[in-house]
Design a protein around this ligand. Structure first.
Ligand SMILES: [Zn+2]
Length: 145
C-alpha cells in the first residue's frame, strides 16, 4: 500500500485537517478515503478533459471547410463545437480544482477555506473532496457570477 511508505510528518500534518464546529475529528480511514476520492477525481477529470479536447480538435478539423454547406448544418456543428468547448472547459476546471485540493491535502493545508480561512467542514469535504471553499464563500461567489 502506498500510504504505508509515507513519512510520519505527513500523517501528522493530515491529523490537523480541521473540522467544522460540532464535527468529530477526522479518522485515518476517513482521510484515506477522501484522498483516494481526490486522486480518482484528478485522474477521471483529466481523462474527460483529454477526451473533450480530442473531440473538439476533430470537430474543428471537420468544420474547417464550411463552404457550400447547408446553413442548418453549419449551425448545428457550431452548436456541437460550443457544447464540446464548454465540456472541455468544465472538465479542465474540475481537474484543476481536484489537483489543487490533492496538493493541499499532501501539504497538510487541506480543509481550510481559501477565502475566509475557516474550516470547510468534514461533511462537505466528504461529499465534495475537491472543495477548497466553505459553503458560505462558495455561495457568495456563485451569486456574484
Ligand atoms: Zn469561507
Amino acid at each position: 500500500m502506498a500510504a504505508a511508505s509515507k513519512g510520519k510528518d505527513q500523517a501528522l500534518a493530515q491529523s490537523h485537517i480541521p473540522v467544522a464546529e460540532g464535527e468529530e475529528p477526522w479518522t485515518e480511514a476517513e482521510l484515506a478515503e477522501v484522498r483516494e476520492q481526490l486522486a480518482d477525481d484528478v485522474a477521471g477529470f483529466l481523462k474527460k478533459y483529454s477526451a473533450a479536447q480530442a473531440g473538439l480538435a476533430q470537430l474543428l478539423t471537420e468544420g474547417a471547410d464550411m463552404t457550400g454547406r447547408d446553413p442548418a448544418d453549419v449551425g448545428s456543428s457550431n452548436f456541437e463545437r460550443d457544447q464540446e468547448m464548454s465540456l472541455a472547459a468544465n472538465a479542465r476546471e474540475m481537474f484543476e480544482q481536484s489537483e489543487l485540493a490533492l496538493k493541499l491535502f499532501d501539504e497538510g493545508n487541506y480543509g481550510v477555506c481559501e477565502v475566509c480561512g475557516k474550516p470547510i467542514g468534514k461533511a462537505r469535504l466528504q461529499a465534495f473532496p475537491r472543495a477548497t471553499m466553505c459553503v458560505s464563500c462558495k455561495q457568495r461567489l456563485e451569486r456574484r457570477s
